[in-house]
Design a binder for this molecule. Sequence first.
Ligand SMILES: [Zn+2]
Length: 99
Amino acid sequence: MQDHIQLTAVAPFGNELALSWSDSLEQFLSLEKLRRACPCAVCNGEPDVMGRGDAPARNYKQGSFELKSYEFVGGYALLLRWADGHATGIYSYDLLRKL
Ligand SMILES: [Zn+2]
């Protein structure tokens, strides 16, 4: 069960975000990958799995893959704020572990 695994530390590291977990796993996720996996409703209006092109909300611009700040949310998720102003993505620990 992953429900009890906690995120113990977060550290931006170049173009990646380093995550340390309570089960001693260390994860390095590229910021671009994280942004593209943004789980918020805006970004998921219409998934583009069939290669039909990006949904309007997914028009990335300068700063889209640049992390501005982050915040722990209720012990189960991480909120990421991006340099282009996007800050509605709450990444559950479960999601992060799957990236
Ligand atoms: Zn989003």
